[in-house]
Ligand binder design. Structure first.
Ligand code: MD3
Ligand code: FE
Length: 209
């Protein structure tokens, strides 16, 4: 709540926007990218994606002509993905908790890098083991127009501007909703320059007790 007459942090049932939530966390993506550099993965259609990606944590999301999946090693080096920095995991856990998901323990962090002109088409995230687990999304750098729809591709979408340090938690009924990012407009962010970074924290594999 925010002093207004209604709670406008709920984007849709189960989806909560936490404006500025990442402000107090030190998120150093360059340290991860020094070990596993950003690369344009090839989509199922054989074309490279406009968004460049890397990962940290035990599992990383990968795409090639054969499809989408999680892998424990960076296919560029054959080595395990860089460890998830403790500050990343703390941000993800704290954001999930403040949206009502206690003890979220992500095993995957996909890092997306958008340069002006990059976009992500409407899709569902369904490569994870357990759709009962939420996804935490952290936006840094240039603002982007995020589109959020329903369970069917043809459902109507709403547009939300995501800015530096905004965090969104998607769980419950929103977990399998279609979503995407419109073409990034040109600009320069005071800290991150001519780019937008998005970190998505997921529990991709089965929970290990
Ligand atoms: C809604 N990334 O990597 S984050 C993705 O800004 C992805 O880079 C976008 O969609 C980005 O898959 C959007 C917001 C997001 C992430 C996962 C979701 C929204 C979601 C999963 C279910 C529903
Ligand atoms: Fe997605």
């Amino acid at each position: 709540m925010n002093g207004r007459l209604f709670d406008d942090s709920e984007l849709a049932p189960g989806a909560r926007v936490l404006r500025g939530f990442a402000l107090d966390y030190a998120i150093d993506v360059d340290a991860v990218a020094a070990e596993s550099p950003f690369r344009h993965m090839v989509a199922k259609n054989g074309f490279p994606m406009s968004v460049a990606m890397t990962n940290c944590g035990p599992l990383g999301w990968v795409s090639d002509r054969t499809g989408y999946r999680y892998e424990s090693r960076d296919p560029l080096s054959g080595k395990p993905w860089p460890a998830m920095p403790a500050e990343f995991a703390r941000l993800a856990r704290d954001a999930a908790a403040s949206a009502g998901y206690a003890s979220f323990a992500p095993d995957a962090c996909l890092i997306n890098r958008y340069e002006p002109g990059a976009k992500m088409g409407l899709h569902q995230d369904r490569d994870e083991h357990d759709f009962g687990q939420p996804i935490v999304s952290v936006s840094l750098g240039l603002p982007a127009a995020f589109v959020f729809g329903g369970a069917k591709r043809s459902d109507k979408t709403v547009r939300v501007e995501l800015e530096h340090d905004d965090v969104v938690v998607f769980g419950g009924p929103s977990r399998l909703c279609y979503h995407g990012v419109l073409t990034l407009a040109d600009g320069v962010h005071p800290q991150l320059g001519r780019r937008r970074l998005n970190l998505t924290f997921r529990r991709a594999g089965p929970a290990v007790p």
